[in-house]
Design a protein around this ligand. Sequence first.
Ligand code: KG4
Ligand code: ZN
Length: 339
Amino acid sequence: MSVTILAIESSCDDTSAAVIKDGILLSNIIAGQAIHELYGGVVPELASRAHQENIVPVVDAALKKAGVLPSEISAIAFTRGPGLLGSLMVGVSFAKGFAIAGNIPLIEVNHLNGHILSHFISEPDKDVRHPAFPHLSLLVSGGHTMIVKVNSHFDVEVLGRTIDDAAGEAFDKCAKVMSLPYPGGPVIDKLAKEGNAHAFTFAKPRIPDLGFSFSGLKTSFLYFLRDEIAKDPDFIEKEKNNLCASLQNTIIEILSEKILKAVNNTGIKTITLSGGVSANSGLRAHLTKLAEDNGLDMFLPEIRFTTDNAAMIGIAGYFKYLNKDFADLSIIPDADLRI
Ligand code: KG4
Ligand code: ZN
């Protein structure tokens, strides 16, 4: 019998719904929230309100695009956390209501597990390769930066994580300092293409083992700009492309050094990249070269599965359905959920 999962993702500022049938993605609708651009960052209160507005039309669109009726859904999967509590509550409440109405199982998914499992999404008429177990996953997003050893779909070990900011936060905060729009990551990526990655040097953190730190980079970037602006008030405007390229290069080097260290420590040669920052063209190119040079089997996610999306929650939900790993209706969101 076929298994059709409806998945909901609402952990931050994207409202998304997806339909996955027997592990194959039929639809993945994402409604972003432009309102946050005005504030240079996500405003939690506004995010939860926008989720409330978007959730029903987004689910409706996902079902229609998939050509699936609500009565044909086998189970509903949702993001339980980590994320913004008010945002998560919208998705969790919707999922509970849908589960009760259809008398179908409810499946909780850890958002981070979703990013990691985005490499297992299959699509109709596409020959998609999936990574073997165990593999190493470099998860880089706006809220998280970690290296995870993935033994099986849900047996994962965090080998190292950031002790302060995430890589995406470093992009976004440094972009803000340069008065670039939010989110800064994609903007820096674009401008960096026109700049010299070695124009400026920023100190890299000395964090032992497989840990990361990005708050020092943000501070050194800020102080560097302050000093240069004192000499030339137009410094940022004149050097924008070089600043973006050099900053991006520093972040790429920090991430690449650690994933290579993880490969050497564990002997695991299959690596995957996931999370919003994995959309970065410089990082993708650098890691592709690193994989070639070191004989690694590397998996880069499709760009539309890098930032938050319900397809990744759906595929995680599908595997949980096969394991009969269902949640109780009393479940509540967990903003600090860990893997
Ligand atoms: O995974 P995601 O959508 O949300 C979290 O779970 O955090 O990641 C969002 C982050 C933001 O910090 C955004 O600036 C960053 O991903 N991002 C990028 C790029 N596209 C998105 N960072 C660098 N280069 C990009 N092309
Ligand atoms: Zn995410």
